[in-house]
Design a protein around this ligand. Sequence first.
Ligand code: UDP
Length: 464
Amino acid sequence: MLKKRMGSSAQQHVLLFPFMAKGHTIPLLQFGRILLNRHVAVTVITTPANRPFVEESLAGTAASVVTIPFTSTAVPGVESTDKLPSMSLFYNFALSTVSMQPHFEQALEALPRVSFMVTDGFLWWTLQSANIFKIRRLAFTGMSSYCMSLCRVAAVEGIFSGPQPKGELVELTQFTWIRMCKDDVETEFRNREAETAAHEFNTKMMETTMNSYGVVENSFYELQPAFVDYLNSNSSYKTWCLGPFCLAAQQPKKIYRVPDTKPRWIRWLDEKLEQKCSVLYVSFGSQPEVSLEQLEELAVGLEESSVSFLWVITKKNWDLPEGFEERVKSKGMVVREWVDQREILMHESMKGFLSHCGWNSVLESVCAGVPILAWPLAADQHLNAKMVDEEIRVGLRVETSDGSLRGFVKREGLKKTVRELMEGEKRKEAMKKVGEWACMAIKAVEEGGSSWSSLEFLLQETSV
Ligand code: UDP
């Protein structure tokens, strides 16, 4: 039963420490807004180079921002993963965050009493600091319970270590409606014996998460009840589903009083809406990596497809085929700036999302009622794509040339699946399901909804 918080909300103070990657920082800052809306004081810890982004994201709020220095041994001077020249440096970058621990503890000494801290699961060492200062630490994983559960179950049921080929599907005994193969999970997640930086990092992350007070998840219970229940029955910590943060944060819709201030891509989408064109949004998140050959095939596939598309490219070194932008200009726009992705997905002309399936992108698309064409590249994206396609059924996957999960995607496979997403039979089911999930997501964050109530419970539990 929910009790009223005993007037304690005014004194509650939550510390947030996002990992320095856009896909981890954005949701935790949205969570900061949610807490502020619930009259909880918020302090965000970040590094000097990330401070402008944090401040801009929290503009107009009463959040405090505290900066601590960070010198990455991966590439000195780089303080955010999207600025790394290659994601092969990721583990080196992430492991070197431990150098921030003394600065973090100095900052904790100077802060008013903290009710609890939510720090990124990647910042494993913050648990030790939390214990020293006797502060409850909740880890933010940036992943779904579906993904966390399947990784755990597949390891327990021997799917990672079995003799079967990488692509062979094996039925799970824990979740009998799911069949998994090794290729569903990145090698560095499933190879638990190797003496590598990846192994060291993943072990530290898992152990400290298990010993934390809880896990904060950017999701809502109704989206994946079997998986949240599984984790809660099989872990020492509780998983708190408090999202989708992008909805719960209640950021006001942008209104452009001066037309010129409207970004050119939104004006272009307005035009497409007037022309009654359905638009496909194409984005692979803040730090994608693909081969030059694959990039070319993607570009040609989009060019030869019959759809209008808005392609946001975050990588500076993604060179498109010569003359591409000129040739596609009547139906396609390429943007190489940071955009407000949620604003794009919410635009009325938006009818599909070709996505790498970063967890934030999946949730943002679901909340906007936009079906997904999944093209996962790395990390948890393959399991998110599986969830999109098989579990919540809000889309389909791109077709690879050899039919394998991680195979090369040729233009034909892309064109075929783009057509299917935008006008095929699968679209009908995906539209129905995505509409249902979007409604449930709204209900979850409304007063009395599952996410709203869970946060209330968490605040009550931590107010003493
Ligand atoms: N994003 C954005 N503008 C861009 C590119 C990305 O706002 O130009 C946001 C996107 O809305 C999402 C986050 O960056 O919130 C990316 O997170 P996701 O988990 O989808 O992918 P990642 O970048 O972590 O691979």
